[in-house]
Design a protein around this ligand. Structure first.
Ligand code: AMP
Ligand code: GLY
Length: 424
C-alpha cells in the first residue's frame, strides 16, 4: 500500500516509524514531516492545513490510505475531502470531530446518553454565567466551547478567577468565536488518566492508558505545555479500570455518535478524572495524544496498520492487539524559552550515538534537516527521547542516559518524568 501521514511532530514520527515497519506498507509519504521522519518516510513540503494540496498530492501519487495526525485538519474536514476523492483515511469526519471541536456538544451528548462527566451549564451571556457562578461558587471550571489552542480552560479555585475567565471569553473576546460560548462545570477531584481507543463507527478497540506531564517545570510546576514527557503503562490504569472505562464511557460514546448520525471513526483520546465515584470524562480529543502515542506505539507488539485500516473500513470487532509487558517512558527536549518564545535553528549533536543506547528510541518533534546531514531545531518541543525497560524506573534511566548523550546546549528538559509511577 501507498500511505500518506499528515503532520510534523513526534506523534507523526512514531506513526511513520510503526507504519514503515508494516509488511503492508510499500511506500510512505509524510506531509510535511521533519528531519527524523525523513529517515523512515519521504517528506513532502505541504502544510497540514492546505487541504486542496493534500488531496491533490494523494490523488497524483495514488495514495491508498491517509493517516491524519493533528486535530486542526480533522476539524477542517480533511477526511471528508479525501472521501469525496475516493481516498480512504484514518480519522473522524468533521461532523464526528465535533467531539473535540465543541465542548458544549460533548457535554450535551454525555447528558443525553448517561456518560459520566462533570455537571455543567452552557452560557453565551456573561450576566447569566456570573449568576450561575454566584449560585454554585468556586472551585469551578470555565471552558471556551471551541478549539482555543489548549488555552481555553480555566480551573478557577476562587470566584475572582472564575469571574475573570467569564469576562475574558464573553466580554473581551480573547478566544474569538471559540469563546463566544462557555461551558461552566463542576470541579472534579481525583487523579487524571488518559485512555486511548480506536473506533470504526460501531465498535471500539481499547489501546492502552498513558500519562503525560503538562507543566514545564520539575515537580509539575510552571506554565502548561503540550506535554513535557509521558509514560505507559500507568499504575492507576488497572485492567479493572480499563474495563470500566470501556463499558461506561468509550462504548456508550461510540453508540451515541452512531445514533446521532455522526459515526465516529478514528481514535478517541479520553481525558479522564478517576474520582471516588469512578472514572469520569473530562474531555475527548479526536486524534492521538502527543507525546502519549509515542510510548503507546513503543509498547505495541502487533502491527498498527491493520488496526488503523479497520478503523476506517470497519471490522475492529475482529481485531486483537498485543502489547509488550515492558514500560516505555518519554522525555521531551524543548528549546530554551518554551512554552514562551524561543529561537529556532540551533544544531543538535550526538543523536546517532544516543539512539544506539540499549532500549532507546528517539522521535523528532520539531527538527529540520540542515546542511551536510546536520539536524537543526525547528520548534518548541524538539525531541522525544524514549526509553523502554522492564520497569518504569528502568525505562526512565534509559531515557535520561540518552538525554545526557545528546549535545544541544540550546535545549532543556524536565528531570523527573514518570516520578509518580516510579515512586509507587
Ligand atoms: P481540557 O483542556 O479540557 O483537557 O482541560 C485542561 C485541564 O483542566 C485538564 O487536564 C484537567 O486537569 C483540568 N480540568 C478540566 N475540567 C476539569 C474539571 N471539571 N474538574 C477538574 N479539573 C478539570
Ligand atoms: N499531550 C496532550 C495532547 O496531546 O493534547
Amino acid at each position: 500500500m501507498r500511505i500518506l501521514v499528515v503532520g510534523s511532530g513526534g506523534r507523526e514520527h512514531a506513526l511513520c516509524w510503526a507504519i514503515a515497519a508494516s509488511p503492508l506498507c510499500d511506500r510512505l509519504f509524510c506531509a510535511p514531516g521533519n528531519a527524523g521522519i525523513a529517515a523512515v518516510a519521504e517528506c513532502v513540503p505541504i502544510d497540514q492545513m492546505d487541504l486542496d494540496a493534500l488531496v491533490r498530492f494523494a490523488k497524483a501519487q495514488a495514495v491508498d490510505f491517509v493517516v491524519v495526525g493533528p486535530e486542526a485538519p480533522l476539524v477542517a474536514g480533511l477526511v471528508d475531502r479525501l472521501a469525496e476523492a475516493g481516498i480512504k483515511a484514518f480519522g473522524p469526519s468533521a461532523a464526528a470531530a465535533v467531539l473535540e471541536g465543541s465542548k458544549g456538544y460533548l457535554k450535551d451528548l454525555c447528558a443525553k446518553y448517561g456518560i459520566p462527566t462533570a455537571a455543567y451549564r452552557r452560557f453565551r451571556d456573561a450576566g447569566a454565567a456570573r449568576a450561575y457562578l454566584y449560585e454554585v461558587g468556586a472551585p469551578i471550571v470555565i471552558k471556551a466551547d471551541g478549539l482555543a489552542a489548549g488555552k481555553g480552560v480555566t480551573v478557577a479555585m476562587t470566584q475572582d478567577e472564575a469571574e475573570a475567565a467569564i469576562a475574558a471569553a464573553l466580554e473581551q473576546g480573547v478566544f474569538g468565536a471559540a469563546g463566544a460560548e462557555l461551558v461552566i462545570e463542576e470541579f472534579m477531584e481525583g487523579e487524571e488518566l488518559s485512555f486511548f481507543a480506536l473506533s470504526d463507527g460501531s465498535h471500539a478497540l481499547p489501546l492502552a492508558s498513558a500519562q503525560d506531564h503538562k507543566r514545564v517545570g520539575d515537580g509539575d510546576t510552571g506554565p502548561n505545555t503540550g506535554g513535557m514527557g509521558a509514560y505507559s503503562p500507568c499504575p492507576l490504569g488497572t485492567p479493572e479500570l480499563h474495563q470500566r472505562v470501556m463499558e461506561e464511557i468509550i462504548k456508550p460514546t461510540v453508540a451515541a455518535m452512531q445514533a446521532e448520525g455522526r459515526p465516529f471513526k478514528g481514535v478517541l483520546y479520553a481525558g479522564l478524572m478517576i474520582t471516588e465515584e469512578g472514572p469520569k470524562l473530562i474531555e475527548y480529543n479526536v486524534r492521538f495524544g502527543d507525546p502519549e502515542t509515542q510510548v503507546l506505539l513503543l509498547r505495541l507488539k502487533s502491527d498498527i496498520l491493520p488496526a488503523l485500516l479497520a478503523s476506517a473500513e470497519g471490522g475492529l470487532d475482529h481485531m486483537d492487539l498485543r502489547w509488550k509487558d515492558e514500560s516505555a517512558l518519554l522525555v521531551v527536549m524543548a528549546a530554551k524559552g518554551y512554552p514562551g518564545s524561543y529561537a529556532k535553528g540551533s544544531e543538535i549533536r550526538g543523536l546517532e550515538a544516543a539512539g544506539k543506547l540499549p532500549g532507546v528510541e528517539i522521535f523528532h518533534a520539531g527538527t529540520r534537516p540542515g546542511p551536510e546531514g546536520r539536524v537543526l531545531s525547528h520548534g518548541g518541543r524538539v525531541l522525544n527521547v524514549c526509553g523502554v525497560g522492564a520497569t518504569t524506573a528502568e525505562a526512565q534511566a534509559r531515557a535520561y542516559a540518552a538525554v545526557d548523550a545528546i549535545d544541544w546546549p540550546e535545549g532543556f528538559c524536565r528531570r523527573d518524568i514518570g516520578w509518580r509511577a516510579v515512586e509507587r
